[in-house]
Every structure is written in C-alpha cells, then in structure tokens.
Design a protein around this ligand. Sequence first.
Ligand SMILES: [Ca+2]
Ligand SMILES: [Ca+2]
Ligand SMILES: [Ca+2]
Ligand SMILES: [Ca+2]
Length: 424
Amino acid sequence: MKRSVPLASAVLWLAMPVHAAQIVTPAQASVSASSGGVITFSPVYTVSTPQDGTVTGLGIRIHFNSSALQFNGVSKRFAYGLLPAGDVSTDTENYDADATTDKYFILPWVDVSGQWPGGSELPLTLASVSFTAKAGFTGSTMIRVSASGTVDGAAFQTTPMTVSVATGNASLKLKGFLQGAYNSTDGQMRDSLRNAGLLPLAQPYGYLGHQGAETTTATLLNTTGVDAPVDWVLVELRDKANASNRLAAKAALLQSDGDVVDAATGSSTLTFADTAPGSYYVALRHRNHLGVMTASPPSLTTTPVLVDFTASATALYGADIRAQQGSTRLLPAGDASLDNKLIAAGPDNDKNAILAIVLADPANTGPHTNFQSAGYQFTDQNMDGKTLYSGPDNDVNGLLGNILLAPGNSTNSTNYILPGSLPQ
Ligand SMILES: [Ca+2]
Ligand SMILES: [Ca+2]
Ligand SMILES: [Ca+2]
Ligand SMILES: [Ca+2]
C-alpha cells in the first residue's frame, strides 16, 4: 500500500534522508540449465516496509562468472527513467563480495520527477537478462546484484540466483498401472485397445495442451505379451517451486507390465530433450484415469532413476487417490468427464458423460442405454474398446466402486466426490 501522510508530515518526510530499503531479488532463486542452454535472470524490485513512493531511481550491477556464463543482452527493461545499460566491466573492486563473479554490467534508472514506482506498483520486474551457459562449464555458478546507486539514504538488499549447469538432459524410468485395464489375476494390464487396432499412431494429448509431435510405429503397436502397448500416457515434469507449472511433457506408451516407454523407440528410458538435469516433480496422466504426481521432486539426470507409481511406497503429491490391489497401486479409472474428479451422482457426474456417448452413437438407433459404442473414447473406462452404460463389463461399475471405496467416503455414499490430487 502506498504510504499516506498529511502534508506537514510529507514535507518533513521528504526532507529526511530516510527511506525504506530498496530490494532486488531474482524471480527464481535457482535454475537448472543444460550446458550451452540459455538462462534468464529477472531482477524483481521492491522496497521494505514502510512501502515508500519517495524513492527516486536505482542503479544496479549484475555480476556473473564469465568463465561459466556468456552475457547475451537485456530485454524488457522497465522503461521509466531508463538510461542505457553499461558495458560489461571487470569486477576489480568486487562490489558483490564474491570473487567468482569476475564481470558485471550496470542497469541504471534515474527519476527527476518523483515517478519511480512505489506502493501498489511493487513488486516490479526490472528487466529480463539473458545468459548462455558456456560449453564446457558444468557445476554451479551465481548471478548476483549490487547497487551502483540507491536513492539518497536508502539501504540496499538483495539475494543471488544459483545456476546449476549440467550436460545432457533430464531422464527417468517410469511405471504405472491403469485400474481400468488391470487384471489382478496376472498382474498385467489388458491390451484390448491395441488388439482392436484402436490405438492412434500420434499422441492424443493435445486437449491437455500438449502439442508434442510424438508418434509410434506399427512395429511397436504389433508387440504382444508383457510389452504390449496398452495406451498412450502423458508424462510431465513440473516446476519444483510451483507444482502446477508444467515445464516439460512427453507423450509415451504404457506397456502391459506397467513400463512407460518412448513411443518412437520403445526404450524404457524417457529422455526430455531441451530439459536440463535438475529436480522436477514427475506426473503421470491418462485420458480417463485420475493423474498422479510424486510427493517431492526427484533429481533427474542423464542416468535415469525409476519412479514407480505401482508401488505403495512411492508417495504421492496431495492425497493418495490410487486404487489398491493388494500391495499394488493403480491410477483410478472413472474420469469420463475430464474434470479431474470422480463423480457418480449429481451435477457433472461421470456416469452421465458415459451415457451421453452411448445415446449419441449414430448406430444406436433405439436409442438404448445398453448399446455398446465402439471406439477409442474417453468414456471407455475399462479400456476394452467399447463404451457401455449398463450390462456386463459396463464402464460405470468401476467408477461406482472407486466412489464407494474412497478413503474419505466414510458413509459409502454414492454422491461422494473424489477429487484428483494432481494440481491443475
Ligand atoms: Ca565479484
Ligand atoms: Ca515392459
Ligand atoms: Ca469427472
Ligand atoms: Ca468399456
């Protein structure tokens, strides 16, 4: 909030060389980068309490290690009172008290009419500074800020950004079971969609905002046995600082034995091109099952670690909404309406979504509620290639079971809502 003061006090206030501290912090405290990759440093400006509209400009130095990072330039600079950026200089005086940061450049702003942002205009991103991690450098390096000039009397506070640079890309191995396709007798998933020729060659997750060009091959789709493709899944890497923020995604094939494999090669190592080694939450999503995500962000390097969502010991982010089959865990089926919730009765329920597809099938001339609607559809909860609302092997009973057996449904009520635990 902008400081509001009576006129007499304001005159006194302006006369006194006392200001709130000026603070510049990076938008991200740490980033991971591939060797040769681009890093963006965004200094964010604010002032300490009391927030104070009387500060009149700022000059900052951005310090970096020139053997690790190459300075590319500055964009999106806050425009008011802007002066040209300085050239890259050698940090002989070591203004930031870090001997490893040997270079700096200055970003100055002046303010002759008292319009420098304060109060509700803060925090303010001052600029977007681009660096490239130099080929040959790996490890950790810092980008720091020091003040070349603050408003008269103002203290300056800052924190650095840690840049972790590694060669190669993040990779992992992943396992999961889909309840709808799972056969508890042999502990494998049925490959009925593949067997019926219904699995598409191209990834189907455009509706989740994934525009990847992943395709598979007729050879892989002809695989039978434990490595038979059951369906496409979507694997997401999410921001360790914000679990809702997807940083990378890869559509892949899920095999009968639970392995998630590269759709093009069949490799059980999933490598995320253009994604630096680092710590990321790992999420596994499917068209009509509730998605799951790791409770914490594992470190993903070029040596793939296994994330096994079939194991009860693998902790989930949020509530553990997985279905149970002995000690095995399964992604729960039933989200025919694609809203990340399982609902069997009442508004937006998944039963109605199933019924609607059955009744809308052009071949269902009755129409009859027990019609079998063939195809690769979200409503095919048990993944047998048909959507059934009633009768043997219908797609509703699995949903009902998940609602009635949900740990939070203490009264076994059919109108209980089971929310997904994957942050949206
Ligand atoms: Ca330095
Ligand atoms: Ca396998
Ligand atoms: Ca739903
Ligand atoms: Ca079905």
